[in-house]
Design a protein around this ligand. Structure first.
Ligand SMILES: [Zn+2]
Length: 211
């Protein structure tokens, strides 16, 4: 039987051409010439992504709505959530910084979570998933553009700088933000494009047979 050209893959280390093969969960495909690991199948990969993206979407609300810090200076207290930080910068004339915070600390992380949720739930519950391919492409483009951890770093620096000047209270938002960073990092590690593309192909073949 002839193999279609798209089922040939090249080793990323030594360029050896190999027939693409499916591997069982927990198994690795190793290059026979240079022993590089070509790809690996994660056990319950889709379910893990589904669990992580659901948890992330739930945590997204408190991370954005609850105050990250409460500042108290001379009897006046001020609470700041992520949105308020962007608003304060905007009012202070720092339009670009406000826009960057909104984009990379709110919009992109949310889009990443919702895209992962769409991909994993469509595959797990065998929903139609007409936009699975587009979703995979957009997730791959968005990877690396969520900058929650840089935002958190900024918050930690301001805590250190302000702790002598004002009374600081760490809010529920900061803990949620830390949890959200953990979840986005874990889902980025669990994201296995080779396995997902393979499942999308299977999913599409099944849908074609049914309808
Ligand atoms: Zn190789």
């Amino acid at each position: 039987m002839e193999t279609a050209p798209e089922h040939v893959i090249a080793c990323h280390e030594c360029d050896l051409l190999l027939h693409d093969m499916t591997c069982q969960p927990g198994q690795d495909v190793i290059c026979p010439r240079c022993h590089a690991r070509l790809y690996t199948a994660t056990v319950n990969g889709t379910e893990r992504l589904l669990a992580l993206s659901t948890a992330g979407l739930i945590l997204f609300l408190p991370a954005n709505l609850f105050p990250i810090l409460t500042l108290e200076v001379l009897g006046q207290s001020q609470s700041q959530a992520i949105i308020n930080c962007a608003m304060s910068l905007f009012e202070g004339g720092l339009f670009l910084s406000a826009l960057l915070i909104l984009l990379f600390a709110v919009v992109v992380p949310f889009m990443q979570l919702i895209t992962l949720f769409y991909i994993s739930s469509s595959l797990h519950f065998r929903w139609q998933g007409r936009l699975l391919r587009q979703a995979m492409h957009s997730y791959q483009q968005m990877r690396g553009w969520g900058m929650l951890e840089i935002f958190l770093l900024g918050v930690l620096v301001s805590i250190i700088k302000l702790k002598d000047l004002a009374e600081l209270d760490i809010g529920l938002g900061l803990y949620s933000l830390a949890g959200l960073i953990l979840i986005t990092t874990l889902s980025s590690i669990m994201y296995n494009p080779h396995q997902l593309w393979h499942q999308i192909d299977l999913h599409r073949n099944q849908s074609d047979h049914h309808g």
